[in-house]
Design a binder for this molecule. Structure first.
Ligand code: NAI
Length: 339
């Protein structure tokens, strides 16, 4: 089986080569993203393997179908960048629903601790032999209230870690889980999360419903000094509203592993370029904002799991015509076909 692999980074190849060679799946690596301009590179391949910032809209799907490509294999969990509705009946879409929820939840906590304990500041100071503590006062997580929005695989690991810190956990999910309630977590309405929480962490998918879930109105309802963590998808947060919340001192800290317009910047070395996204530049300039470049998934364990599950997905579709990780449009909803 031959697969065209788009948006390749050096850290992708070792694990995909390992699992591909083991099972007779040959990957051709392209550095470019999959777009309307690059789709012809997929000619002659059985499938394409894509990541979070490849654009698989209706036009790309039609081109792939015209080229005889049978499968879109997402090497990530989210599928908001694929027009799954348009793909129905034309091309199969599979994903990696979970690779390491620990990787993402631990990164969320790493960002939170870094920002509230000013580690990013003290690291730079001590490298310059500046041992002053002025301006580095943080706050204890113990006894604080954290609001977790989205209590799936990652949200649940994040909850366990927060409980380890002695935090009081409130949660919001469109589909509350008994397993989470058994952990002693209370589900509340979204407004209560905004009103009561010192820390809010986003772990729900990006959908029409969750687009700009954190906007001006939500920020208005929040406690002064709230810490907002987004390791999920950029457009869950209205970046301009976030910036306004920081400028007005309403938001105490923002930890962003994802950004609304990240497709133009993240994963690339732009250090020699003029940053043309004023909102991103301003956010990065703030002393209480930590930005990482969609890095939360990047652990050895996760990379290995991503490659293994992607190869399994491709083999399963070929051998049986079915795959447990297929994403479908069904009865007006987009989600896992097997649900
Ligand atoms: P999951 O599917 O296990 O959990 C998502 C949860 O969100 C579910 O409990 C679901 O009921 C809930 N949800 C769905 N619609 C909702 C709504 N309208 N409001 C509130 N909750 C809603 O997904 P998982 O594995 O926990 O991943 C969560 C998100 O993390 C993914 O959607 C993805 O966007 C992001 N992610 C980010 C990574 C990174 O490197 N930064 C890596 C992997 C995932």
């Amino acid at each position: 089986m031959k697969i065209a692999f788009f948006d390749t980074k050096p850290y992708d190849k070792p694990s995909f080569d390992k699992f591909g060679e083991k099972h007779g799946v040959k990957f051709k690596y392209f550095e470019t993203k999959l777009t309307e301009d690059t789709v012809n590179l997929a000619r002659g391949y059985d499938g394409v393997c894509v990541f979070v910032n490849d654009v698989i809209n209706a036009s790309v799907i039609d081109s792939l179908v015209g080229l005889g490509v049978k499968t879109i294999a997402l090497r990530c969990a989210g599928y908001n960048n694929v027009d799954v509705k348009h793909a129905k009946g034309k091309i199969r879409v599979v994903r990696v629903p979970a690779y390491s929820p620990y990787a993402v939840a631990e990164h969320a906590i790493a960002m939170l601790l870094t920002s509230i304990r000013r580690i990013h500041k003290s690291y730079l100071r001590t490298r310059d032999f500046n041992f002053s503590l002025s301006g580095l006062t943080g706050f204890d997580l113990h006894g604080k209230t954290v609001g977790v929005i989205g209590t799936g695989k990652i949200g649940q690991v994040f909850i366990d870690i927060c409980k380890g810190f002695g935090m009081h956990v409130l949660a919001y999910d469109k589909f509350p889980s008994d397993k989470v309630k058994e952990k002693g977590v209370e589900y509340v309405e979204l407004d209560k999360i905004f009103e009561l929480c010192d820390v809010i962490s986003l772990h729900c998918p990006l959908t029409d419903e969750t687009y700009h879930l954190i906007d001006d109105k939500a920020i208005e309802k929040c406690k002064k000094g709230v810490a907002i963590i987004n390791t999920s998808r950029g457009a869950l947060v209205d970046a301009e509203a976030l910036l306004h919340g920081i400028k007005t001192r309403k938001i105490g800290t923002a930890c962003l592993d994802v950004y609304e317009e990240e497709g133009d910047h993240f994963f690339e070395d732009k250090s020699g370029h003029i940053m043309d996204d004023d909102v991103l530049a301003r956010l990065i300039s703030m002393p209480n904002v930590i930005v990482t470049s969609h890095q939360a998934f990047l652990t050895e364990e996760a990379l290995s799991a991503i490659a293994e599950v992607t190869v399994d997905n491709l083999l399963s579709l070929k051998a049986t015509g079915e795959c447990v990780n297929e994403v479908c449009y069904h009865a007006g909803e987009i989600g896992d076909c097997k649900k």
